[in-house]
Write a protein that binds this ligand. Structure first.
Ligand code: GRF
Length: 213
C-alpha cells in the first residue's frame, strides 16, 4: 500500500480527483495518509475532512522566519514519512532539505506542457495568460518528479489540450484541469503505487506505457 501525503494551497480539485480515483478503484494500492495546506482557508481541507483524511496546516507567515517554517515543514513530513508526496496545486516552494530527503518520492502537477510556460513565476492563471499571449495552439499539463530546480524534474505524463479562439486564461485553466490534470495525476499515482515507474538517467520509464490512455 502506497501511503501518500497530498500538499495543497487552494480549491483542491486535483486532490478531489485523487480521492475519487481511489474510491472508484481507478487508483489502487493507495491511501492518502495526510493532506497538508499552507493556507488555513483552503477548500481542499474541507474536501479532505469530508473523506476522513487527516489534515495539517503550517502557515509560513505565522513563523518567526522562513527557516523556522522550513524546519517545521521538514519535521512534519519526516514524522509522517509518506511513501510519496504529491504536490497538487501547492504554492509553497519545497525546501531543498525536503527534496533531498524524499528524492524520487515527490511528484507535481503543472498546468502546461513542460518545458513551455514553467519555472519561477509560472503558477496559477499566469501560466495560461502567457500561453495565450504567445499564441500557442496547444497547451496541457505535465506530471513530473520534483528535483532541486523549479519544474525541472523527470517527466512522467503529459496531456495536450487544444486552445480555442475564444479562450480566456480562466476557460483554458478549467479545460486543462478537466481534460488533463485530473486524469494524469491519478494515473501517475496508480502506476507508482503498482511499481510500474522507474527513473533511469533522469528519464522516466513506464512499464506497458500507453501514450493514449
Ligand atoms: C492547478 O491548475 C494546478 O495545476 C496548479 O494549481 C491548480 C490547483 O488547482 N498547480 P486545485 O487546487 O487542484 O483545484
Amino acid at each position: 500500500m502506497l501511503n501518500i501525503a497530498v500538499l495543497v494551497s487552494g480549491g483542491g480539485t486535483n486532490l478531489q480527483a485523487i480521492i475519487d480515483a481511489i474510491e472508484n478503484g481507478t487508483v489502487t494500492n493507495t491511501r492518502i495518509s495526510m493532506v497538508y495546506s499552507n493556507n488555513r482557508n483552503a477548500f481542499a481541507l474541507e474536501r479532505a475532512k469530508k473523506h476522513g483524511i487527516k489534515t495539517e496546516v503550517l502557515v509560513p507567515k505565522e513563523f518567526e522566519n522562513r527557516d523556522a517554517f522550513n524546519e517545521a515543514f521538514y519535521e512534519l513530513l519526516i514524522k509522517e514519512n509518506p511513501d510519496l508526496i504529491v504536490l497538487a496545486g501547492c504554492l509553497v516552494v519545497i525546501p531543498e532539505k525536503i527534496v533531498k530527503a524524499f528524492k524520487g518520492r515527490i511528484i507535481n502537477i503543472h498546468p502546461s506542457l513542460i518545458p513551455s510556460f514553467c519555472g519561477t513565476g509560472f503558477y496559477g492563471l499566469k501560466v495560461h495568460e502567457e500561453a495565450l499571449k504567445r499564441g500557442v495552439r496547444v497547451s496541457g499539463a505535465t506530471v513530473h518528479f520534483v528535483d532541486e530546480g523549479t519544474d525541472t524534474g523527470p517527466i512522467i505524463f503529459q496531456k495536450a489540450v487544444y486552445i480555442r479562439p475564444d479562450d480566456t486564461a480562466k476557460t483554458l485553466q478549467q479545460r486543462i484541469m478537466e481534460q488533463a490534470e485530473w486524469k494524469i495525476l491519478p494515473k501517475a499515482i496508480d502506476l507508482i503505487a503498482n511499481g510500474k515507474i522507474s527513473i533511469k538517467d533522469n528519464i522516466v520509464e513506464i512499464e506497458d506505457y500507453d501514450p493514449e490512455f
